[in-house]
Design a protein. Structure first.
Length: 222
Protein backbone atom coordinates (compact mmCIF):
# COMPACT_ATOMS: atom_id res chain seq x y z
CA UNK A 1 0.00 0.00 0.00
CA UNK A 2 1.47 3.31 -1.02
CA UNK A 3 1.61 6.19 1.34
CA UNK A 4 0.44 9.67 0.55
CA UNK A 5 3.74 11.38 -0.26
CA UNK A 6 2.12 14.56 -1.37
CA UNK A 7 -0.58 16.34 0.57
CA UNK A 8 -2.02 15.28 3.85
CA UNK A 9 -3.68 12.14 5.04
CA UNK A 10 -7.39 12.06 4.14
CA UNK A 11 -8.35 11.98 7.82
CA UNK A 12 -6.34 15.14 8.45
CA UNK A 13 -8.02 16.79 5.49
CA UNK A 14 -11.47 15.87 6.79
CA UNK A 15 -10.54 17.21 10.21
CA UNK A 16 -9.50 20.53 8.67
CA UNK A 17 -12.75 20.73 6.69
CA UNK A 18 -14.76 20.04 9.84
CA UNK A 19 -12.83 22.74 11.70
CA UNK A 20 -13.44 25.27 8.93
CA UNK A 21 -17.16 24.48 8.90
CA UNK A 22 -17.37 24.96 12.66
CA UNK A 23 -15.55 28.27 12.45
CA UNK A 24 -17.86 29.54 9.75
CA UNK A 25 -21.08 28.50 11.52
CA UNK A 26 -20.31 29.00 15.22
CA UNK A 27 -18.67 31.64 17.36
CA UNK A 28 -16.14 29.47 19.19
CA UNK A 29 -14.04 32.30 20.62
CA UNK A 30 -16.31 32.62 23.64
CA UNK A 31 -14.12 32.04 26.69
CA UNK A 32 -15.25 30.21 29.79
CA UNK A 33 -13.27 32.68 31.87
CA UNK A 34 -15.71 35.36 30.71
CA UNK A 35 -18.49 33.51 32.51
CA UNK A 36 -16.38 33.08 35.63
CA UNK A 37 -15.60 36.81 35.67
CA UNK A 38 -19.26 37.73 35.18
CA UNK A 39 -20.28 35.41 38.00
CA UNK A 40 -17.71 36.85 40.39
CA UNK A 41 -18.82 40.42 39.68
CA UNK A 42 -22.47 39.38 40.10
CA UNK A 43 -21.74 37.85 43.50
CA UNK A 44 -19.77 40.95 44.49
CA UNK A 45 -22.65 43.21 43.44
CA UNK A 46 -25.17 41.09 45.35
CA UNK A 47 -22.90 41.14 48.40
CA UNK A 48 -22.74 44.93 48.25
CA UNK A 49 -26.55 45.07 48.02
CA UNK A 50 -26.90 42.78 51.03
CA UNK A 51 -24.53 44.99 53.00
CA UNK A 52 -26.51 48.08 52.04
CA UNK A 53 -29.83 46.49 53.00
CA UNK A 54 -28.40 44.97 56.18
CA UNK A 55 -29.56 41.45 55.36
CA UNK A 56 -28.06 38.01 54.81
CA UNK A 57 -29.06 35.75 51.91
CA UNK A 58 -31.65 33.09 52.76
CA UNK A 59 -32.09 34.42 56.31
CA UNK A 60 -35.89 34.33 56.06
CA UNK A 61 -36.32 37.99 55.22
CA UNK A 62 -38.80 38.14 52.37
CA UNK A 63 -39.55 41.04 50.06
CA UNK A 64 -36.12 42.61 50.45
CA UNK A 65 -37.22 45.61 48.38
CA UNK A 66 -39.54 46.65 51.22
CA UNK A 67 -36.64 47.20 53.61
CA UNK A 68 -34.71 49.73 51.56
CA UNK A 69 -33.20 52.23 53.99
CA UNK A 70 -35.33 55.34 54.51
CA UNK A 71 -32.69 57.66 53.10
CA UNK A 72 -34.71 59.08 50.24
CA UNK A 73 -35.69 57.44 46.98
CA UNK A 74 -33.10 59.28 44.90
CA UNK A 75 -30.24 58.23 47.13
CA UNK A 76 -31.03 54.54 47.30
CA UNK A 77 -31.96 54.48 43.61
CA UNK A 78 -28.58 56.02 42.80
CA UNK A 79 -26.88 53.37 44.93
CA UNK A 80 -28.57 50.47 43.14
CA UNK A 81 -27.87 52.00 39.73
CA UNK A 82 -24.18 52.38 40.60
CA UNK A 83 -24.10 48.83 41.94
CA UNK A 84 -25.68 47.51 38.74
CA UNK A 85 -23.24 49.50 36.60
CA UNK A 86 -20.35 48.07 38.60
CA UNK A 87 -21.50 44.53 37.86
CA UNK A 88 -22.31 45.25 34.21
CA UNK A 89 -19.04 47.04 33.44
CA UNK A 90 -16.97 44.39 35.20
CA UNK A 91 -18.73 41.54 33.39
CA UNK A 92 -18.43 43.25 30.00
CA UNK A 93 -14.77 44.12 30.53
CA UNK A 94 -13.95 40.55 31.51
CA UNK A 95 -15.97 39.13 28.61
CA UNK A 96 -14.31 41.37 26.03
CA UNK A 97 -10.82 40.75 27.38
CA UNK A 98 -10.95 36.96 27.64
CA UNK A 99 -12.92 36.46 24.42
CA UNK A 100 -10.55 38.71 22.48
CA UNK A 101 -7.56 36.89 23.92
CA UNK A 102 -8.96 33.50 22.96
CA UNK A 103 -9.78 34.70 19.44
CA UNK A 104 -6.22 35.94 18.95
CA UNK A 105 -4.77 32.70 20.27
CA UNK A 106 -6.84 30.73 17.76
CA UNK A 107 -6.33 33.27 14.98
CA UNK A 108 -10.07 33.81 14.62
CA UNK A 109 -11.96 36.99 13.69
CA UNK A 110 -13.45 38.88 16.62
CA UNK A 111 -16.09 40.94 14.80
CA UNK A 112 -17.76 39.52 11.70
CA UNK A 113 -21.20 38.57 10.39
CA UNK A 114 -21.36 35.56 12.75
CA UNK A 115 -20.69 37.76 15.77
CA UNK A 116 -23.42 40.16 14.70
CA UNK A 117 -25.94 37.31 14.30
CA UNK A 118 -25.00 36.00 17.74
CA UNK A 119 -25.49 39.39 19.40
CA UNK A 120 -28.72 40.06 17.50
CA UNK A 121 -30.28 36.77 18.59
CA UNK A 122 -29.18 37.44 22.15
CA UNK A 123 -30.48 41.02 22.11
CA UNK A 124 -34.02 40.32 20.87
CA UNK A 125 -35.24 38.48 24.00
CA UNK A 126 -33.25 40.82 26.24
CA UNK A 127 -34.83 43.94 24.77
CA UNK A 128 -38.28 42.38 24.94
CA UNK A 129 -37.61 41.44 28.54
CA UNK A 130 -36.44 44.96 29.37
CA UNK A 131 -39.70 46.44 28.08
CA UNK A 132 -41.70 43.80 29.94
CA UNK A 133 -39.86 44.52 33.19
CA UNK A 134 -40.37 48.27 32.81
CA UNK A 135 -44.09 47.58 32.41
CA UNK A 136 -44.10 45.51 35.62
CA UNK A 137 -42.31 48.30 37.47
CA UNK A 138 -44.83 50.77 36.11
CA UNK A 139 -47.67 48.66 37.48
CA UNK A 140 -45.93 48.04 40.79
CA UNK A 141 -45.27 44.33 40.24
CA UNK A 142 -41.77 44.50 41.71
CA UNK A 143 -41.99 40.99 43.12
CA UNK A 144 -41.70 39.42 39.65
CA UNK A 145 -38.83 41.56 38.35
CA UNK A 146 -35.99 39.28 39.48
CA UNK A 147 -37.52 36.05 38.07
CA UNK A 148 -38.29 37.90 34.82
CA UNK A 149 -34.67 38.97 34.39
CA UNK A 150 -33.51 35.38 34.74
CA UNK A 151 -36.24 34.12 32.44
CA UNK A 152 -35.58 36.52 29.57
CA UNK A 153 -31.81 36.21 29.98
CA UNK A 154 -32.15 32.44 29.67
CA UNK A 155 -34.32 32.85 26.58
CA UNK A 156 -31.64 35.09 25.09
CA UNK A 157 -28.94 32.50 25.73
CA UNK A 158 -31.00 29.71 24.19
CA UNK A 159 -31.82 31.86 21.17
CA UNK A 160 -28.15 32.75 20.64
CA UNK A 161 -26.75 29.29 21.42
CA UNK A 162 -27.14 28.05 17.85
CA UNK A 163 -24.34 30.42 16.88
CA UNK A 164 -21.91 29.41 19.60
CA UNK A 165 -21.03 26.54 21.97
CA UNK A 166 -23.76 24.08 22.94
CA UNK A 167 -22.98 24.68 26.62
CA UNK A 168 -24.60 28.12 26.36
CA UNK A 169 -27.92 26.45 25.53
CA UNK A 170 -27.80 24.40 28.73
CA UNK A 171 -26.89 27.47 30.74
CA UNK A 172 -29.88 29.26 29.22
CA UNK A 173 -32.25 26.41 30.04
CA UNK A 174 -31.00 26.39 33.62
CA UNK A 175 -31.57 30.16 33.90
CA UNK A 176 -35.10 29.73 32.53
CA UNK A 177 -35.86 26.99 35.06
CA UNK A 178 -34.54 29.16 37.88
CA UNK A 179 -36.65 32.10 36.71
CA UNK A 180 -39.81 30.00 36.52
CA UNK A 181 -39.09 28.62 39.96
CA UNK A 182 -38.73 32.17 41.28
CA UNK A 183 -42.21 33.08 40.06
CA UNK A 184 -43.67 30.71 42.64
CA UNK A 185 -41.44 31.85 45.53
CA UNK A 186 -41.63 35.67 45.31
CA UNK A 187 -39.45 37.71 47.60
CA UNK A 188 -36.18 35.89 47.07
CA UNK A 189 -35.08 37.77 43.98
CA UNK A 190 -31.68 38.76 45.36
CA UNK A 191 -30.87 35.15 46.21
CA UNK A 192 -32.02 34.03 42.76
CA UNK A 193 -29.78 36.62 41.14
CA UNK A 194 -26.86 35.30 43.17
CA UNK A 195 -27.60 31.75 42.01
CA UNK A 196 -28.42 32.57 38.38
CA UNK A 197 -26.06 35.37 37.48
CA UNK A 198 -23.39 34.46 40.01
CA UNK A 199 -23.02 30.78 40.80
CA UNK A 200 -24.31 29.39 37.49
CA UNK A 201 -21.97 31.62 35.49
CA UNK A 202 -19.01 30.49 37.56
CA UNK A 203 -19.91 26.79 37.28
CA UNK A 204 -20.63 26.84 33.55
CA UNK A 205 -17.70 29.15 32.82
CA UNK A 206 -15.27 26.91 34.68
CA UNK A 207 -16.68 23.81 32.98
CA UNK A 208 -16.32 25.43 29.54
CA UNK A 209 -12.76 26.50 30.31
CA UNK A 210 -11.61 23.03 31.36
CA UNK A 211 -13.51 21.46 28.47
CA UNK A 212 -12.25 23.68 25.63
CA UNK A 213 -9.36 25.86 26.79
CA UNK A 214 -7.17 24.11 29.35
CA UNK A 215 -4.01 22.37 28.21
CA UNK A 216 -5.48 18.93 28.79
CA UNK A 217 -8.76 19.71 27.09
CA UNK A 218 -9.76 18.46 23.69
CA UNK A 219 -9.71 21.51 21.39
CA UNK A 220 -12.84 20.62 19.50
CA UNK A 221 -16.37 22.02 19.40
CA UNK A 222 -19.29 19.59 19.76
Amino acid sequence: MTKHREGKHPLDTLQEIRSLMERSSRFISLSGLSGVTAGLFALAGAGIACWYLGIRPFDGQRFYYDIVPDSGKVQHLTFFILDALFVLCGALAGGIYFTTRKARQKDLPIWDALTRRLLLNLAIPLLAGAVFILAMLYHGLVVFVAPATLLFYGLGLVNASKYTLNDIRYLGLTEIALGLFGVFIPGYGLELWMLGFGLLHIVYGAAMYFKYESGRAEKSVP
